[in-house]
Write a protein that binds this ligand. Structure first.
Ligand code: KIV
Length: 297
């Protein structure tokens, strides 16, 4: 890459961090917002280098990193740690920490307490929570405490059981209307953007045209204000079944398996390590060392 892929025309650029109000400006200008998940410092650094605008420390980590079958068991501590790691690597992108299931459902107080933890201990710039319903009041309470909130409607993995599984949402006119209303309610609560997951393009189009704040799609077609993909899915680094909306931009899993296979072969054959991988000692020291009697055990 010879030229930096980072857009440089931010009106309010100050310290190198993408300013949050710039997202609304990007929507107004029609500049697409690029978001990806990340879970550690090298990934945060690579996303920053590639010019990604938003990084989500998603609870998808529960499945793609930690091998669980759902996102439900992910804990707040896990998200706090991963957010610390990602923010050490990513400087320009806004880092959004996912509020895991059980960290905001009980009360506005619980939601504010845990969102503050993600910002203070994790270093997150913003938080994300799922669903409409009671999450609207939670979002409003967190925004009221001074923390930016991203909403998330459509397929909401934390409540996939209620939705009948990991299935596309909004495929009836009634459910489509509900989803747009949920997105509007989250905007009214103060959310700075709303993720639309696994919904037909007609639903995404209606939400994107109705909302003043940006929509970020995942499996929602091309007409949203931005797109998000899960790191391991898009890089071919997850051996679970990826949803149909995933495009694989690389086959990193295959590259790693190939590299490990060659390493194993070279260790077994004795062709690794080579001369350039080993340390030398001065010859006279070596001669003295090798000529001296060995210490007895
Ligand atoms: O946890 C996650 O990665 C997400 C994205 C799929 C939006 O919520």
């Amino acid at each position: 890459m010879s030229e930096s892929p980072k857009p440089t025309r931010y009106a309010s650029w100050t310290t190198g961090k993408l300013p949050l109000p710039e997202l609304a400006e990007m929507k107004r200008r029609g500049d697409k917002i690029v978001m990806v998940t990340a879970y550690d410092a090298p990934s945060g650094r690579l996303a920053d280098t590639a010019g990604v605008d938003l990084i989500l420390v998603g609870d998808s980590s529960g499945m793609v990193v930690h091998g669980r079958e759902s996102t439900v068991p992910v804990s707040l501590d896990e998200i706090v740690f991963m957010t610390q790691w990602v923010t050490r690597g990513a400087k320009r992108p806004l880092v959004i920490a996912d509020m895991p299931f059980g960290s905001y459902e009980e009360s506005d107080e619980q939601a504010v307490h845990n969102a503050v933890r993600l910002v203070k201990d994790g270093g997150a710039d913003a938080v994300k929570l799922e669903r409409g319903g009671t999450s609207v009041a939670r979002a409003q309470a967190i925004v009221g405490a001074g923390i930016p909130v991203m909403g998330h409607v459509g397929l909401t993995p934390q409540t996939a059981t209620v939705l009948g599984g990991f299935k596309a949402q909004g495929r009836t006119a009634e459910r489509a209307r509900e989803l747009v209303e949920d997105a509007l309610a989250l905007e009214a609560a103060g959310c700075f953007a709303v993720v639309l997951e696994a919904v037909p393009p007609a639903v995404a189009r209606a939400a994107t045209q109705t909302l003043a704040v940006p929509t970020i799609g995942i499996g929602a077609g091309v007409e949203t204000d931005g797109q998000v993909l899960v790191w391991h899915d898009m890089l071919g680094f997850y051996d679970g079944r990826a949803p149909r909306f995933v495009k694989r931009y690389a086959e990193i899993g295959e590259a790693i398996a190939d590299a490990l296979g060659r390493y194993a072969e070279e260790v077994r054959s004795g062709s690794f390590p080579e001369e350039q991988h080993t340390y030398r000692m001065p010859e006279e020291e070596q001669a003295e060392f090798e000529g001296a009697p060995r210490p007895s055990s």
